[in-house]
Design a protein. Structure first.
Length: 139
């Protein structure tokens, strides 16, 4: 996955954190809960996420790997919190998304063992960067 804009040294929760906006356009897909994991979802070498629950199968993957007939929300981008993050560190997501929520920017969050990703719609990227810069008063 290509990497673009980086916001360094946010002081959040007493820790210095960095954000990175990834270049790849992502899609968030919903499949039937009984669907097998589709091979197209794993074609992405840099980023994909598959979550299976009793209610559904959700997939986040690059738009370019998505079959055209798949039910999905397209045109998402991801902010990555540069990790690894300590499991004892609390409030990272809430502190990151609170300023975005105050400006009515919807998000979709994914957490991994090492870090958090906050997905936003492509059309909100510039505004989100401005909000985060202002809120964290840097750059």
């Amino acid at each position: 996955m290509k990497k673009s804009w980086i916001m360094k040294e946010i002081v959040m929760l007493g820790k210095k954190l960095s954000l990175q906006l990834l270049d790849t356009k992502l899609a968030i897909c919903k499949l039937d809960k009984n669907s097998p994991f589709p091979m197209w979802a794993t074609r992405a070498h840099d980023f994909f996420s598959i979550t299976k629950t009793v209610d559904e199968l959700s997939i986040v993957c690059p738009e370019e790997t998505l079959p055209s007939d798949t039910k999905a929300e397209r045109n998402w981008r991801a902010f990555k919190v540069i990790g690894p993050l300590d499991f004892a560190l609390t409030g990272v997501l809430s502190n990151l998304i609170a300023p975005l929520a105050q400006h009515n920017i919807s998000i979709f969050a994914i957490s991994t063992y090492d870090t958090d990703y906050v997905l936003i719609k492509e059309e909100c990227v510039t505004k989100s960067i401005e909000i985060l810069k202002e809120f964290y008063a840097f750059l």
